[in-house]
Structure formats: structure tokens, C-alpha cells
Design a protein around this ligand. Sequence first.
Ligand SMILES: [Zn+2]
Length: 422
Amino acid sequence: MSDPMTELFTAALGLAEPWHVKAVRFDQAAHEIHFDVTCEASRLPCPRCKAPDQPIHDRLKRDWQHLHFFQYRALIHAELPRVRCGVCGERGDTEVQQVPVPWARERSGFSLLFEAMVVTLAGMSRMPVRRIAKLLGVSDQRLWRSLGALVDAAYAKADMRGVDAVGIDEKHVGRGRVVTVVHDASPASRGRVLHVSEGCKADNVGLFVEALQAHGGNPGAIQRCSMDMAKGFIAGVKRHLPGALPCFDPFHLVKLANEALDSVRRAEVVQEPALKHTRYHWLKDASDWSRAEINLHWLRQSGLRTARAWRLKECLRDILAWRRVPHVPVLLLMDGWIQWARRCRLPAFKRLAMTFKTHIEGIRNMLTHANSNATAESINADVQSAIARARGFRTFRNLRTIVYLLKGRLDLPGSPFAHAMA
Ligand SMILES: [Zn+2]
């Protein structure tokens, strides 16, 4: 092997004995570079039992796509040796074993470096798979299959021991579809997504519990479950996680209050021109008000029904914000708020008060365990952004792949040269 060109590319592909590049072929018209890789050995160790010096049974021709070299699409071709192992044969195992190649996973048509590049582009730089496919010159379907297989393999190895708190959310993913996302709310978890399933019913909690057990987790160890007030989840947690305290998500409470407020405004705006074009003023944070909005004191302090509804909503937000402040009697304040809302003569808020009363236990749990739930609450927005990116995926499988890739904290293949650069 004295040809400098083949030697150069043997090094560039990271090959070592007995593998080397036998020939390099440029196809100028097709913008392709082809590497013919060969394994010189006539006898090899058995890939399964490691018995040394076994004869080669036959060689199978295979192709892989590698990362581009400059503008050239790079393809690796090799005849893969299959070893006939005497030791495995005597034990009654399959005699003929495919030798693994140093540049690719078993059954993958892409090299490791290529796959690492795809994971990096999709995961770290958050590039859409369609664009990666175009960049690397492969079809999106093939790329999705490869990414799906990589993520599945990494998810299968996910360790869920020690999970003691979870958050369950329903997420709308477009075209009327809903998925259930369960994330790890244990303080050290940094909010990794544990499970994604289609639909949002009690059974989805059961599916999560099955996955938890399959990954070494213990459903009996789950102490708290942060969620919204959806009937399905409440029933599912009762049935499948009987030891978990339900804690209703404070953002969800505010969202319900905002919906009630908006319905009050919509009913009143018909007779009250001052309320025209003020929808977002009532819904947004005071810190986001424009100068003109700040000056609307007269409107906020008026006797309008919308103004009263706004004051109720803001009071609820204050109580929820105080849940992490020591010595504030938030449970009493919450009871007081429900009383106020019941007597406020605004039907939307009276209904909201009834809803809160029905779910008072989960609201009290949320208020008293505020600090333990901080993780669950803060990462909800983070999971939401991953889901927002996943919207519009044609298949549930692709959606799940991207959510696990971005938020599963899986051990996915990085660049094989990463350790050399670190
Ligand atoms: Zn063997």
C-alpha cells in the first residue's frame, strides 16, 4: 500500500489494520467520490465469542454513505467478511458471523461520522430534517429512518431509576392531534422527557408507567405529579400512580382565569366602546405594557365588569407568585379568592371558582409543594418549544423521534473524533 492517495483516505476515514482504502474513484459528472475499502485478513477473530483466528466464510458487498468531502458526495463500498466460527459452531450457536465495520453501525447505510453529523445538525443546531436531507443529498424518508433507529436504540438504554416526581402535559401538535408528554421533575433531572404517546387519556399514564418499569423505574416511588385539571390525567394518575400527589400546574390556573376574563370582555365590549382593541392589554403581564397601556389606570380601576374580572385574575396571579415566599398563608388566601370569585356576579368566574373548589386538593398540593415542583413548572415551557418545532410532522413516530432527540437527554452518537478534539 504505497499509493499516497489511498493512504491519505485510509487515514481520513480513520481506518486501521486490517482495513484500508484500496481505490479512490472520482465521478466528476455526478459529483461523487467512491472509496473501495477492503479487509486484507484471511482469518479474523469471531465477532461474537472473540475466539481468534477463525476462517472467512464469504464476503458480502455493501455500500454506505459517508460525509461529503468538499462538494463530493462520498460513498464507501466494501466486501464484508463473514467469519465461520468453529467455537460458536460447537456450542450450537450460528456459525457464520458478520464482522462489524469500524465506520458504521450494524445494518446502517450511513457511516458513523455521517450519523453523528445528522444528530448534531438536528439536535444541537435544531435544523429541520428536510433541510439536513437536502444538504447531505439523501431523501428525508431515509434520514428519518436512520434518525428513528438511532433514537430508538439510545432510548432503549435510558435509565429511569430514581425518578420520584413527574410532570404530565397534553400538547397540541397540529391537525387536531394531541400527544401526552411525561417529563422527569426530579430536582436533578433538568426536565428530560421520559415518554411521549398519542392521545391524552388515562391510558396514556398507563403507557408511561409501562415504559418507566421497562427502564428500571419504580411507579411506587413517584411522589408528586404536576399536571393540568384534565379528567383523563386525574383518573390515570389515581389508577396507575396511586402514591403520587396530584399538583395542578399554576400556569394552567392562570390560563383558565385568562379565558374567563376574555369571555367577560367579549360580552361587554358590545356596549362599551372603551374596551375595543384592549384584548391583549388585559391578558398580558404589566411588565409588557406599552406607555399608553400603563396610562389606562382609569379603565382598570373602573366599575366595568372586565375591570373587575382583571382584578380577580391579577389577585390570583399574586397568590400563585407568593407560593414560594415563606410565611405567606397562601392556602388561606386561595380559599379567600375562591369565596370572592363565587360572589363576584361574573358567571365565568363563578364557574371557575366551582372548578377550583372541585380540584382544591391538587391546588393545595401545588401551593404547599411549590419548591419541589419548581423543576416541573420551569421546564414545561422548554418542552413546549420542542413540541412547537415538532408541529406539522406527518407521523407520530417522527414527532416522537425529534422530541426524544431534543429533550430526552439520550446518549446519542457524537462525532467519533470528539474525544480527540476535547
Ligand atoms: Zn464464535
